[in-house]
Design a protein around this ligand. Structure first.
Ligand SMILES: CC(=O)SCCNC(=O)CCNC(=O)[C@H](O)C(C)(C)COP(=O)(O)OP(=O)(O)OC[C@H]1O[C@@H](n2cnc3c(N)ncnc32)[C@H](O)[C@@H]1OP(=O)(O)O
Ligand SMILES: O=C([O-])CC(=O)C(=O)O
Length: 392
């Protein structure tokens, strides 16, 4: 490999690995676009169902298409009974992201030829995953807390039905709408770590389910989607802490990171964080604005320290502001990353299909980067092997 193409320990930052027509980010201007449409316009005027259609099919739906798509999703919300039966035997303290990641291959088992390379079948299965992801998250929460698993309600839209299956009471229209907006904001984000993981896996012609399970694994990490739960843990830890500023200073002076701050691409602000900050402030007004106030103190202290260090690009990201929003909706902390997945599955499936079937720009190749070998080396004949009983 020539020096010109060698990128070492940089997490592939700045390396373009494929063409994609799904989303676009301007990290300097803080702009996020899905299939040509700005995220703010979609959040203000669209719905998660419409946005998912846009991501999967490439255009905004007509009224008839949207009705058909929404009906299809509603009709596919049930998961096979053996999935729920299996969950009942799992340790009740299992991490919900592990449960979710383990459940996706169980859904694959219900499908004949789960690794099909038929585009229409993959689209159909994407709609199924979109429909079933909320059911899996809600069912696990009900099972782990000893409550009956609830049937999906066909009269409820996607976000409202999720809250119903999770909490056992129908949400008010405003809460359901706010969650729907959150789902729009999280639905896609170019080649983030989980999407790249999903695409990398299906580049081997592995199944859509294998790609989504890989996406879930990558999303669970605290430097990626798992950060929202870490943010909420931080806020809860600081709930009764008079010296929030001191805590932030100590954290940073010890070399730790402030969860929910910084971004690999956005260098002047994450547009989703801006949108969610306002939502959190509005939702928190009824309860005295406690989380907004603690978040503000963390942010201001951290920004001042980052400025002293010359790191002015470390700003709040989507997870910093989604965490208190979800908390105020009654979503348990360890379900915040699964809720992210309920949305991001739309983007993962769109990317998986693009990876497997893109033909306009040419189908991407199997991903296969190189490593610089820095281990033991005794020449091409290899080191001399000594049997175990002769080793010191
Ligand atoms: C949905 C999402 O995935 S959004 C991201 C969610 N993740 C988080 O919120 C976790 C906290 N944030 C981070 O760890 C990082 O900002 C990342 C991984 C998200 C992005 O990082 P990048 O911009 O690619 O930069 P990188 O991780 O290389 O950090 C660059 C420098 O900034 C520092 N830095 C970055 N973020 C933070 C932070 N949140 N707190 C303290 N320092 C930070 C790093 O320590 C590093 O310092 P160094 O140069 O002295 O070693
Ligand atoms: O793009 C990234 O690196 C992480 C992110 O914000 C996302 O996946 O939403």
């Amino acid at each position: 490999m020539s020096e010109a193409t060698r990128v070492k320990n940089t997490g592939l930052r700045g390396v373009t690995v494929a063409d994609s027509a799904i989303s676009f980010i301007d990290g300097e201007k803080g702009v996020l676009i899905y299939r040509g449409y700005r995220i703010e316009d979609l959040a203000d005027h669209s719905s998660f169902m419409e946005t998912a259609f846009l991501l999967l099919f490439g255009t905004l739906p007509t009224g008839e298409q949207l009705e058909g798509f929404t009906g299809q999703v509603k009709g596919m919300r049930q998961v096979p009974p053996y999935v729920l039966e299996s969950m009942r035997h799992w340790p009740k303290d299992a991490r919900p992201m592990d449960v979710l990641q383990a459940s996706v291959p169980l859904l694959a088992m219900a499908e004949q030829h789960s690794d099909t390379m038929d585009r229409d079948v993959c689209l159909q299965r994407s709609i199924g995953l979109l429909a079933q992801m909320p059911t899996l998250v809600a069912a696990w929460h009900r099972i782990r807390t000893g409550q009956p698993v609830l049937e999906p309600d066909p009269d409820l839209d996607h976000a409202a039905n999720f809250l119903w299956m999770l909490q056992g009471k129908k949400p008010d229209a405003a809460t359901a709408h706010d969650l729907d907006v959150c789902l729009i904001l999280h639905a896609d984000h170019t080649f983030n770590a989980s999407t790249f993981a999903a695409r990398e896996v299906v580049s081997t012609r592995a199944s859509l389910y294998a790609g989504v399970a890989a996406g879930l694994g990558a999303l669970s990490g605290s430097l990626h989607g798992g950060a929202n739960a870490k943010v909420m843990e931080m806020l809860l830890k600081l709930e009764n802490e008079p010296d929030v500023e001191g805590w932030v200073k100590k954290q940073l002076s010890e070399g730790d990171r402030i969860m929910g701050m910084g971004h690999a691409i956005y260098k002047t602000g994450d547009p989703r964080a801006v949108y969610l900050k306002k939502m959190g402030q509005r939702l928190g007004e009824k309860t005295g604005g406690k989380w907004a106030s603690i978040s503000q103190r963390i942010e201001q202290t951290a920004l001042a320290i980052f400025a002293e260090r010359g790191k002015t690009t470390i700003l709040p990201n989507v997870d910093f502001n989604s965490a208190p929003v979800y908390y105020l909706m009654g979503i348990p902390t360890d379900l915040m990353t699964p809720v992210f997945a309920v949305s991001r599955v739309a983007g993962w499936c769109a990317h998986i299909i693009e990876e497997q079937f893109a033909d306009a720009q040419g189908k991407p190749a199997l991903y296969r980067p190189q490593a610089q070998y820095v281990g033991e080396y005794c020449g091409l004949m290899g080191c001399e092997y000594s049997p175990v009983n002769k080793r010191e």
